[in-house]
Design a protein around this ligand. Structure first.
Ligand code: HH2
Length: 275
């Protein structure tokens, strides 16, 4: 097993995770990086712009998305990982053990699982054996159904209880706790107001003692708050505003599509917070 520093050391607050979707149908950048060369160039540019890691994904989890097979997901991400994972810090955005295993063999250091180990019973063992970092994300339902009238009595408390339970599952499966970060899953079975409340009350999540990841970038909540009730995406400026608000409430890793703008804004927010 590879020795890695605790996630807090590897990703100081704030760190930016750049999103590289190798998909035809992602909600904001579908098709943009479908050619491996384009994805590789995007990953290199993001790291040059200050991303601490690039998150490579081959399956869209946008509302309504259908899943893809292991073979198709591998076909999309492997050429990209072969080119970047030994050269750049990389994360694999997958719920599939086989995809994660191949990505980690190629040098990826993190597995970002939007199902929080509920999608594939083999995934926890793959992460544990590789000594990789792991991101556990909250999702209500699955991408096909998650936006159909999501309801919570107390969204922050319920998301925190879920993540605490998934953290215990991961640790019981052999993943070191100091390699794990937690994500409330902005837009994954949440209304506009529930997404905002999760950021407003981020202290409920940081109280779990693990670094918190926030992925608000370009999500439809932003476009809806700017006045379009049918928006499917949000602007870069709106994304940056949300990321800074999340950072100020304790978020550690900001998962974003527009790396340079986020790195610049967060550099200033950090300088103000900690001279
Ligand atoms: N959001 C998306 C995908 N993966 N992972 C984490 N940890 N947190 C998130 O908020 C998150 C995520 C959705 O965004 P994107 O990857 O841009 O779109 P798509 O799923 O359509 O590919």
């Amino acid at each position: 097993m590879q020795t890695r520093p605790p996630i807090e050391e590897r990703f100081p607050r704030p760190s930016v995770m750049g999103v590289v979707n190798v998909t035809p149908d992602s909600f904001s950048d579908g098709g943009v990086h479908l050619r491996p060369d384009d994805a590789v160039a995007a990953a290199r540019r993001m790291v040059a712009e200050g991303a601490a890691i690039v998150d490579v994904g081959g399956e869209s989890t946008r509302p309504g998305a259908a899943g893809v097979s292991v073979d198709e997901e591998l076909r999309r991400v492997l050429p990209v990982l072969e080119a970047v994972a030994s050269e750049l810090p990389a994360s694999i955005d997958t719920a599939k053990a086989e995809v994660a295993r191949r990505a980690l063999e190629l040098g990826a250091e993190m597995v970002n699982d939007v199902t929080a180990l509920r999608g594939d019973p083999e995934l926890a063992g793959v992460v544990a054996n590789a000594g990789a970092y792991l991101c556990l994300m909250h999702m209500r339902g699955d991408p096909r159904t998650m936006q159909l009238d999501p309801r919570y009595d107390d969204v922050a408390a319920e998301v925190a209880a879920f993540l605490e339970e998934r953290l215990a599952v991961a640790v019981a499966a052999g993943v070191a706790e100091d390699r794990i970060c937690l994500d409330p899953g902005i837009g994954f079975g949440k209304t506009v107001e529930q997404n905002l409340e999760l950021v407003r009350r981020l202290d409920v999540l940081t109280a779990l003692g693990r670094p918190v990841v926030i992925g608000f970038s370009r999500k439809s909540t932003l476009g809806r708050l700017l006045g379009d009730p049918t928006a499917r995406t949000g602007t870069t400026a709106a994304s940056v505003g949300a990321a800074v608000a999340a950072y100020e409430r304790g978020a550690t890793i900001l998962r974003v599509h527009d790396v340079r703008e986020h790195v610049e804004a967060l550099t200033i927010a950090r300088a103000v917070a900690a001279p």
